[in-house]
Design a protein around this ligand. Structure first.
Ligand SMILES: C=CC1=C(C)c2cc3[nH]c(cc4nc(cc5[nH]c(cc1n2)c(C)c5CCC(=O)O)C(CCC(=O)O)=C4C)c(C)c3C=C
Ligand SMILES: [Fe+2]
Ligand SMILES: [Fe+2]
Length: 363
């Protein structure tokens, strides 16, 4: 296999570090053709749908990609903003803010965001970083809970890219932070701030994205990590067991997914007489189709239709300063041993002195 051409190797170049904040991805626009491209890539990933390949390709291309793009495009149109898809807008903002926070702490790191499906793609971002001379990459997934369907797929994309590279940068992956104290604290503050402004409902539903239940029995830690996040958040909020329910949303297809399902749970709670509920989606670090349309719109309607009166959707972490601080702390933890402050790294000091001398010679 031919490898990508490298620029000539130069001795004495200072190491350069980058962080890539990877999220799931989103269509380029809320139209059926854009959705077809996005869903073909997403649902064609064997990490996402684990059924025999030939059969799945027939179903995907023969049925799903003929029907779903139009329906999904209409849903995306209902949450689209002038700046684009919320998922992309928030992820981009998080990357910019993370760069700023780390810069304030004296770190010289490049921070980029990338999307596992759609744009900017993981390989395109890694190509760009490599062209800029980046020698160390910390891959930080936007998924706090590890799942084979998401986190592992990001790792696959980076590994596939590296297979065509001769001089591979040092790579590190943050696989999970479901129990990271900064993440839990940021969630807790988000919920508390919402209660302060809108009052506290009679019950809190914590809704996580679902996965097929089979993956749990096959050893995927996702379910356990969601439950741990929920337990820690509940403890921090001072909630008793009866004050909250953990649910799973976004079921796809006919197979059994993790239960209890979010919308039927909300309907059952309303039918039992619950009038007032708060819903938070702790596994989503950015608002997106699944939170804004499926929860804030659809689930709210179902809850009220079943007799509920007050439904408060609590925004995702998005650009909350507590969250960006947690991201910066997490990054610092995983950057250890990769000097990113000039004073830490003699090579950087030499390189910067040489640059200064070269500038002096020119001036
Ligand atoms: C087909 C199976 C799917 C699995 C498994 C799955 C896991 C999974 N997804 C997220 C996070 C997000 N998913 C989003 C959208 C979305 N998810 C699926 C299917 C599966 N997800 C589809 C088909 C879609 C697209 C929309 C649609 O047509 O319904 C999103 C939102 C993206 C956006 O653009 O806003 C997120 C985020 C996680 C965390 C996860 C497993 C843990
Ligand atoms: Fe999904
Ligand atoms: Fe959905």
């Amino acid at each position: 296999m031919p490898f990508q051409t490298e620029p000539a190797f130069k001795h004495g170049q200072a190491p350069r570090t980058a962080i890539v904040l990877c999220n799931l991805g989103t269509p380029d626009e809320p139209t059926a053709p854009a959705l077809r491209r996005y869903l073909a890539e997403f649902l064609g990933d064997p990490r996402v749908v684990e059924i025999p390949r030939a059969l799945w390709m027939l179903i995907l291309h023969g049925i799903i990609l003929r029907v779903r793009p139009k329906k999904s495009a209409a849903k995306y149109a209902s949450i689209w903003t002038p700046e684009g898809s919320p998922l992309k807008v928030w992820t981009e903002k998080q990357a910019t803010l993370l760069r700023g926070y780390l810069g304030e702490r004296g770190h010289q790191v490049t921070v980029r965001y990338a999307m596992r499906y759609g744009n900017p793609s993981i390989p395109s971002v890694l190509d760009e970083l490599k062209a800029q001379g980046v020698t160390r990459v910390l891959v930080l997934s936007a998924y706090p809970q590890y799942s084979g369907t998401t986190t592992a797929s990001v790792i696959d994309a980076v590994s596939t890219w590296s297979q065509k590279i001769r001089h591979i940068p040092e790579l590190r992956f943050v696989n999970r932070y479901h129990d990271d104290l900064g993440y839990i604290d940021a969630l807790h503050r988000k919920v508390r701030a919402h209660w302060m402004h809108h009052g506290q409902g009679d019950h809190l539903v914590m809704s996580f994205h679902g996965v097929p239940e089979r993956t749990l029995h096959l050893g995927d830690p996702y379910h356990c990590e969601c439950l741990k996040t929920a337990r820690m958040l509940a403890e921090k909020l001072g909630l008793a067991k009866d004050d909250y329910t953990v649910t799973f949303q976004s079921r796809f297809g006919k197979a059994k997914w993790l239960e209890p399902y979010t919308e039927p749970t909300l309907v059952a709670l309303a039918q039992k007489g619950l009038k007032s509920v708060d819903v938070v989606c702790p596994g989503f670090t950015s608002d997106c189709l699944e939170t804004l349309e499926e929860i804030r719109m659809e689930a709210q309607e179902a809850f009220k239709h079943a007799g509920g009166q007050r439904f408060e959707y609590i925004d995702c972490l998005n650009d909350s300063p507590d969250w960006i601080r947690a991201l910066a702390d997490l990054s610092e933890k995983h950057l250890q041993g990769w000097p990113t402050k000039q004073a830490d790294d003699p090579m950087q000091l030499v390189a910067s002195r040489e640059r200064a001398l070269a500038r002096g010679a020119k001036d």
